[in-house]
Design a protein around this ligand. Structure first.
Ligand code: UDP
Length: 307
């Protein structure tokens, strides 16, 4: 296959580039590098099946020849990033999705949208299944990401219904692993960096909020299976094992053998209190579920941050 990956130099995007290159596919990686990094794709630059173009996908996307699939992963995805780039986040989720869908339509290619558990907002249903419509504050600081992704889902379904495009929507829950940036601002990169430097780990609020962390290799496998499936409706991809932020901070300290302590700081506005994917549909439709347990995934991630 010839696959266009938008946001291909980002954390998840670059792992997808690697996965599909290893399968013998041809990759066109598009990224404007506002949160993506060249070092994530450095190893692929000389690969005969890999091409990188520095491009902002909110502008018209030009790709020569045929394309089999488009994976639309371009977007700031850490709360710190979308607070710093609110307008870019809204634009890539809306205009960028429109351009990527337009390319899929022009090429008759499959289209896969990287959506998010943030479409559920601060959820009033637990765990979150795909039938839940969510609880999002449109005008709060996270609204720029949540609403852009909700718009992106609506646009993707409209192209599916009107233009009969073969589309996929992956609702991705918290994912972690190598290639996350040290200054990414998300919980695990912060905690690893702080633990290694023996600085206090900044737990937001009292740390009783929960998340469910999926190791990157499991997520990549889920995305690949979703692309191969014929499923047009949204599918949750994530690891259902739920943990409080306080507990995972302590786990990072223990794993790093660090003398760091926890430091409780104020909770950001609209920070979801609970989050856990219901992956019944992914199990049934894709025959997929995560295989890497938290301890193993954290260990591998720790090795990466140490380097
Ligand atoms: N968090 C924290 N300390 C940090 C960074 C994040 O306690 O240094 C908390 C954050 O408030 C949230 C959870 O960890 O409740 C996960 O945050 P992250 O930014 O990783 O992603 P989110 O799931 O909120 O999109």
């Amino acid at each position: 296959m010839k696959i266009v990956i938008t946001g291909g130099a980002g954390f998840i995007g670059s792992h997808l580039c690697e996965h599909f290159l290893n399968q013998g596919d041809e990759i066109i990686c598009l990224d404007n590098l506002i949160t993506g990094r060249m070092e994530n794709i450095q190893l692929f630059l000389n690969h005969k099946n890999f091409k990188f173009t520095n491009h902002n996908v909110t502008e018209f996307i030009e790709v020569a020849g045929s394309v089999d699939a488009i994976l639309h992963f371009a977007s700031p995805a850490s709360p710190k990033d979308y607070l710093e780039f609110p307008i870019q986040t809204l634009k890539v989720g809306s205009l960028g999705t429109h351009k990527a869908l337009g390319l899929a339509k022009a090429k008759g290619a499959k289209f896969l949208l990287a959506s998010t558990s943030e479409v559920y907002g601060d959820p009033k249903e637990h765990p979150q299944s795909e039938s839940y419509w969510g609880n999002v504050n449109p005008v709060g600081p996270r609204g720029v990401y949540d609403e852009a992704k909700r718009f992106a889902e609506a646009m993707t379904m409209a192209y599916h219904r009107v233009h009969k495009l073969d589309t996929r929507i992956a609702r991705i829950f918290n994912t972690y692993g190598p290639k996350m940036r040290v200054n990414d601002g998300r919980a695990l990169p912060n905690f690893f960096t702080q633990a290694i430097k023996e600085e206090p780990l900044t737990v937001f609020g009292d740390g009783s909020q929960t998340r469910s962390f999926c190791y990157i290799s499991d997520l990549v496998e889920g995305i690949a299976r979703l692309l191969e499936s014929g499923e047009n409706n949204p599918v949750n991809l994530g690891n259902p094992s739920e943990i409080t932020i306080r507990e995972i901070a302590q786990k990072v300290i223990d794993l790093a053998g660090s003398r760091s302590k926890l430091k409780f700081v104020s909770l950001p506005q609209d920070d979801p209190k609970i989050r856990q994917p219901d992956i019944t549909r992914a199990k049934k439709i894709l025959g997929w579920e995560p295989r890497v347990d938290l301890q193993t995934g954290l260990q591998k991630t720790f090795e990466y941050f140490k380097k």
